[in-house]
Design a binder for this molecule. Structure first.
Ligand SMILES: Nc1ncnc2c1ncn2[C@@H]1O[C@H](COP(=O)(O)OP(=O)(O)OP(=O)(O)O)[C@@H](O)[C@H]1O
Ligand SMILES: [Mg+2]
Length: 289
């Protein structure tokens, strides 16, 4: 059988960077659904943006609470149009709150595994153009560990695992880390503990996961931070305005800001340098083969 990804690999290797930035790709995931991934992704992205970074949110969630809905904007085009070769990558990028750029997901991600060689070529060629265009591409994935989500985690190198202090959420978060680790991939995981009552609860939750990961998988899982359980989140979701914009002085917003500062501090002294979109696509292609 002909190697479906060959043309693509050539393309990824020959294409140059379109911009001047080093693009870093982050996947936001969780074991259990409904733990706050989309709200975290959106407000974390806005927080990075307010520090002067250029961010693109890629909605890989086929569930209900989508990124566009959380911002109260309707999306005309989604990844689906890219996969069908109807639109270019630039045509499916839309602007939401505070001009945050995002790509709507919809049903497109289910199709990723069923693309023809030609469609896959087009997809990679288009996504490749994002290299250097933004500082961060953040993928918000859906609930549960689907095949597609797993590929994004494996290809992105950096994964933020969101969990709440609830035991079921903790167990499922660990299950994801364990599964990716068992596949022999070197993904840098970071924990975000959402909906904590106080820092102590956040730390206890993080410790549970990192201790088990250390003991059984021999990997170090750092904690990026905690986000308080705050009624403004639900209010903001209903108003369809990101909580950090609707409630800038809330405890939830403060937690996101602290967490973003932590992230940026670690980002500057990161051991493994950013490998960008090129590396992401190379890995993705191997996984799609
Ligand atoms: N820090 C928080 N404080 C209070 N409530 C929160 C917080 N984070 C999330 N929530 C509540 O949880 C709901 C689900 O959040 P969100 O849609 O972000 O989760 P999700 O993990 O993306 O869900 P899915 O797995 O379905 O994609 C929100 O609508 C809100 O009511
Ligand atoms: Mg979601």
């Amino acid at each position: 059988m002909k190697d479906q990804a060959e043309g693509l690999r050539n393309l990824v290797q020959t294409q140059g960077d379109k911009g001047t930035r080093t693009t870093r790709i982050i996947t936001v995931t969780s074991g259990k659904g409904g733990v706050g991934k989309s709200n975290f992704t959106l407000n974390f992205a806005l927080s990075l943006q307010s520090l002067g970074y250029k961010v693109l949110v890629f909605d890989a969630d086929i569930g209900l609470a989508n990124i566009d809905v959380l911002m109260g904007v309707s999306s005309t085009y989604s990844l689906y149009h890219l996969l069908k070769k109807d639109k270019t990558i630039w045509e499916i990028i839309q602007k939401g709150s505070n001009d945050l750029e995002f790509i709507a997901g919809g049903s497109g991600f289910n199709d990723l595994l069923r693309l023809t060689e030609e469609e896959l070529d087009y997809f990679a060629e288009q996504v490749m153009q994002l290299n250097g265009y933004v500082d961060f591409i953040i993928f918000d994935t859906g609930a549960g560990l689907s095949k597609e989500t797993l590929k994004f985690i494996l290809a992105a190198e950096e994964a933020i695992v969101v969990t709440t202090p609830e035991p079921t959420s903790i167990t499922d978060a660990y299950a994801i880390i364990k599964m990716v680790n068992s596949m022999g991939h070197d993904v840098s995981f970071k924990l975000v503990i959402n909906r904590v009552t106080d820092a102590r609860e956040g730390k206890q939750t993080a410790d549970k996961i990192s201790l088990v990961a250390k003991q059984f998988l021999n990997i170090h899982i750092p904690t990026l931070g905690f986000v308080d359980d705050d009624p403004v989140v639900s209010k903001a979701v209903k108003r369809q305005i990101p909580f950090s914009i609707a409630f800038p002085y809330s405890t939830a917003t403060k937690s996101i800001k602290t967490l973003t500062d932590n992230y940026i501090k670690g980002y500057r002294v990161i051991e493994t340098p950013s490998t960008g979109v090129k590396s992401f696509l190379n890995k993705m292609l191997k996984l799609l083969k």
